[in-house]
Design a protein around this ligand. Sequence first.
Ligand SMILES: [Zn+2]
Length: 719
Amino acid sequence: MRVRYEPRAQLGRREELRLQFRVSRCEPTFSQCQPVTCPGMQRLDFTLEATAPSSRARAARFRTRHNEVLTPTFMPVGTHAAVRAQRREDLLESGVQVLLANTYHLLLRPGVEIFEKFGGIHGFMNWPRSVITDSGGFQIFSLPGRRTMCEDYAEFKSYTDQTLVRLSPERSIATQKSIGADIMMVLDHCVPSTVEHSVARDAMELTHRWAQRSLDARGDSPQALFGIVQGARFMDLRVESARAITQLPFDGYAIGGLAVGESAAEREDCTATVCELLPADKPRYLMGVGTTRDLLEAVHRGVDMFDCILPTALAKQGVAFTSIGRRDLRRAIYRDMEGPIDPACECHTCKTYSIAYLLHLHRVGEAQGWQLLGAHNIHFYLQLMRAMRRHILEGTWLEFYHVQRDVLDARDSYGKPPRHVTNAQRRTAKMKRGRYEIVVRDDVGRIRDCVSGETMHSVNEPAEEARSLYVEQSRLSERLRASEAPSPAPLVVWDVGLGAAANAMAAIAAAQELPAAGRSLLLVSFENDLDSLELALDHIRWFEHLRHPGPRALLRGDSWTSKDRLIEWRLMRGDFAACKTRAPAPDVVFFDPFSFKTDGGLWTLNAFRELAALWVDQAVELFTYTYSTSARAAMLAARFYVAKGRATGPKAETTIGLTRRAAAAAHGHELLGSEWLSKWRRSDAPMPLGADPGTDWRAAIEGHPQFDGLSGAGRSAAD
Ligand SMILES: [Zn+2]
């Protein structure tokens, strides 16, 4: 059982005191490549800008010798003074603020004399922004090969020429000074997470003594230096280490020795405990962590800075981090998939290449595949950090956190049944909530109303049906495209019968796949029983389309807005009949409630008359899955123009209702003609639902202007 950490809602007294203390800012001119220092200035002019309510997540900024760094931030790993397979131009464009380089590797190759000749790593790799160097401690103890330890130094065999190399705190700092790091790290003694308490204590105490020596060795260098909290998996040691290290005047504090085999829960608890003990007025850095979700959890617990090799390491394996979870390009299901790897991403890779092409590059071992995917992953990480920062500053962190933790880093199960479910279980798998249950067929989940026995999207794959019947027929993408704009008003789409949000998510996906910003979309979903969506979200593996921040945000706060503000999704809770007058008038309606057996009130003559009255001056196109004579008769009697919708599954037709103004516009729908009229006259059930036999509905249909002057076949409304 996992205990969740709930951060303190308020700053402690100690933090308040520290926040009152601000060093007055010295204002040197900062150029890109010429480090400037100002005598007497604090090395990192750290400013805490905001702490999220009910969380320890914080936004801050500090200034290194090269640039201002906004936190939370992610620092890509450039072990050998290069991020693997990445060009510096792409890193700069992705907004990388700090690059991490490795003292251990750079000491062995190319060696400090090269850095001294080139004026440090910035000149050597022509990098204009900040560099942080880790001290080499982690590599000495984690890489294979012999090493010996004593109070003064660690000694190990160089992997380049097998000579013995000695690294002391003093030599580590001297090397980092030569490299020219903006931020240096103290040499620490790392131990595996599995060691005994006594071994962990000895390593921690040595780390503390080395921390003091590192500070002494730094002297009056303008380069910043961070201390490192150690203590392996032992909370008492972590607390002791945090207290000891914060006694020393470092410019920032790191949590080291994690991400080495402990569970995520252990790591998060440790992070939370240590962050509580770190001063609020200094940056906090969690070393070597982690996945996108790990970063989210750590920011929630008060961490500002991260580094990790995962974005490029997983890219090499063909794995992408996206706004809908992981995508694994080793899977054949993507072999012919069009569209970007992440519709919500604006990186060069996503703007330029399809998933199918990236999969191909990966399969043939083309280096460019690694490069393109790595560029996307780094961009995604940095974009995520900027989103975190924005939500902290805007006071919306908690909502963002709760939504993202379910989405980020979700395993790629696109089109895949979960492994632990047997075929027999899959056939009978039923999960319930309220009056609904999930029925799984062909590895796709559908929502069934247990009371009526009716299943949503029963005849076709839900996502496919949503795209075909609603998104494509309504020409949603064309209407939203930039060329159709400029229209100051958003395109308003009503989604009647939210259900498991298949139609709404298909509309959002279509809008997010558009290559350029055009007209904005306002999507209004009507639902009186949200158990169906809750149920689907609880069993998201059967409802792949819900892997998106929108549905949970909708349930939590009745709305979701895309980060570019071009898509707004609103929820109207309650009966459609009552809610409809409160929603902005639609251009398009996805009319997809349960059928008259379950939702009879929505299909009556009166219901359609109310809609016709509401939209009397509007051009509205209504799309629905039914083609029943009674439903079409109700629409016609209510003075809608009625056209044939496209087929779905075994249904040869569906139905489109048009207001008078919509029918007058060119749209290419084929109106029902005299053939339908003859069929209706012969029908056993010609009467609209809820109509009175003695009233004028029959005359309204017979005299409908759409049948004026018809001889044989139907005609197009655009004629
Ligand atoms: Zn991308």
